[in-house]
Design a protein around this ligand. Structure first.
Ligand code: CTP
Ligand code: MG
Length: 399
């Protein structure tokens, strides 16, 4: 049996509100957006983030429903989750969640279930931003022009550059957060959010960039917006893009041949800035080309001495990062090698596995041919490789 490490971070997902403004006739967190409830979507985001203790604060009398949603979202990580009963105000609900923290937890996130479409990356980013005694919250800039009003009269303007709209999750070091909550509960003051409560106890709070998708579902129009966003993602046509890469290397390097991520003892080496692995280089160009990210020279050329002598997995792993960051996943890669040597057939599967594993498991196929004695590959002077890569937009990376 594998013993998983106990996480030192917890997230309290407050879902105990009644949803008066939504007016759906049921507690807001249990209202469906599509076939999944607001709470289920929020928890899907939580479980897509790094593993942490997950405490769901449920409306009184709906603990069983919350438990079902938690189990469905948790998959094989049900051990991380727990449901507690909420209180009369949001602040009391958070306090109920704090009472269920595991002993090992040192960092606590508080998250509104109502921010159902919050990207997992925002949750991870808040955890990263909690440092020392300071809390961290995601915010969005205020885009509207703001006015100060009195009755029907507009009496002045407000400088919006000083303002930001707060989102969740909001993250804090555990002990000062517990102390701040104890003070707030005994004072009877209701704060507008956890950051305000924490700041009132004399602590700093830092901001990180929030996300439009982390908006709070409050009114029926917000629910429509969430439905539209999910529908738009589900029905968007997936248009793949394709890229081609070629590489040619002459024989003449030192040591053993490196090709397709494998060492070939006894085979003549290829010359080149790196190990001369023309198969890997053609794949890199195909992937970068498909993503519109330039070419191998730009990212790995002689101006990057750190790649001198590097083997295929280094180039391919970095290329995978670049295409992922640009919002793409690899559909597949197909490579054709032209040359007399080495003989690929005996090691084809091994080569395909090495290349695939360097590309995060994407399917890679390698074929090989001779050129019937024609041209430089036929004369045994070097080899030529062509690669085609297909990329698909990665919906899970859309922020
Ligand atoms: N919340 C809670 N316990 C409460 C009140 C609110 O856990 N007593 C939670 C809500 O479930 C929600 C989050 O706090 O996820 C933000 O609150 P809000 O959007 O105001 O939700 P509701 O209070 O449910 O909505 P309304 O104010 O319209 O009744
Ligand atoms: Mg409320």
């Amino acid at each position: 049996m594998t013993v998983l490490p106990v996480p030192d971070t917890a997230i309290i997902v407050v879902a105990a509100g009644s949803g008066t403004r939504l007016g759906a006739g049921a507690p807001k967190a249990l209202v469906g957006i599509d076939e999944r409830s607001i709470l289920r979507h929020a928890l899907d985001g939580v479980f897509a983030a790094a593993p942490m203790q997950v405490i769901v604060v449920a409306p009184v009398g709906f603990e069983g429903e919350a438990e079902s949603e938690l189990r469905a979202a948790a998959g094989d990580r049900a051990d991380l989750g727990r449901v507690v009963t909420g209180g009369a105000t949001r602040q009391m609900s958070v306090a109920a969640g704090l009472g269920a923290l595991w002993g090992d937890v040192t960092c606590v996130l508080v998250h509104d279930a109502a921010r159902a479409l919050t990207p997992a990356a925002q949750i991870d980013a808040v955890v990263q931003a909690v440092a020392g005694d300071a809390g961290a919250i995601p915010v969005l800039p205020v885009v509207d022009t703001l006015k100060r009003v009195e009755g029907a009269a507009v009496v002045g303007g407000v400088d919006r550059s000083e303002l930001a709209a707060a989102q969740t999750p909001q993250g804090f070091p555990r002990l000062p957060l517990e102390a701040a909550y104890a003070t707030a509960l005994s004072s009877g003051i209701e704060y507008t959010d956890d950051a305000a409560l924490y700041a009132a106890a004399g602590h700093d709070v830092h901001r990180i960039a929030g996300s439009q998708r982390a908006f709070k579902i409050t009114t029926p129009a917000d629910l429509e917006r969430a439905r539209h966003l999910l529908g738009a993602v589900a029905s968007a046509p997936v248009i793949p893009v394709v890229g081609v890469g070629t590489d040619v290397h002459a024989f003449g390097g030192d040591g053993n041949l490196w090709l397709a991520g494998l060492e070939w003892p006894g085979e003549p080496a290829l010359s080149g800035h790196s190990d001369g692995d023309a198969v890997a280089h053609a794949i890199v160009d195909a992937l970068l080309g498909a993503a519109g990210l330039g070419d191998i020279g730009q990212h790995f050329g002689t101006s990057h001495p750190e790649y001198a002598g590097a083997h295929a997995h280094v180039f391919l792993a970095r290329t995978l990062e670049l295409v992922n960051e640009a919002g793409w996943s690899i559909g597949n890669v197909s490579v054709q090698f032209q040359g007399n040597r080495p003989r690929f057939s005996a090691r084809r599967t091994e080569a395909e596995q090495a290349l695939s594993s360097a590309l995060g498991g994407a399917p890679v196929t390698v074929s090989a041919t001779t050129t019937d004695g024609l041209g430089f590959p036929g004369r045994g002077e070097g080899i030529s490789v062509t690669a085609i890569a297909v990329l698909v937009p990665d919906a899970s990376r859309i922020r």
